[in-house]
Design a protein. Structure first.
Length: 92
């Protein structure tokens, strides 16, 4: 089973392949921050420390939001848009 490490919390959870990050956060009680959960507010902006290849491709919502920002790093994603297929390390 894939593992998600929440770096800031020093918490590691095992998830089903195909799990959505918001569902994982709700289930494990993580403090990972969400707002709209629809890819429009940016509250869940995070850095993928490791495992970008184990996530779904950038969604349209992420592309749309990131286009409005002046600086977005190559390792940044929106947590509410993430689907997990393998091990990932995330820093909120
Ligand atoms: S929670 Fe609003 S963009 Fe992810």
């Amino acid at each position: 089973m894939p593992k998600i490490e929440f770096v800031t919390e020093r918490r590691v959870v095992e998830v089903e392949k195909g799990a959505k990050l918001p569902d994982v956060v709700d289930a494990c009680g993580s403090i990972f921050p969400f707002g709209c959960r629809m890819g429009s507010c940016g509250t869940c902006r995070c850095i993928i420390v490791e495992g970008m290849e184990n996530l779904n491709p950038l969604t349209q919502a992420e592309n749309d939001l990131f286009e409005t920002l002046t600086s977005v790093g190559a390792k940044e994603r929106l947590g509410c848009q993430l689907i997990i297929s393998g091990d990932v390390k995330i820093r909120a």
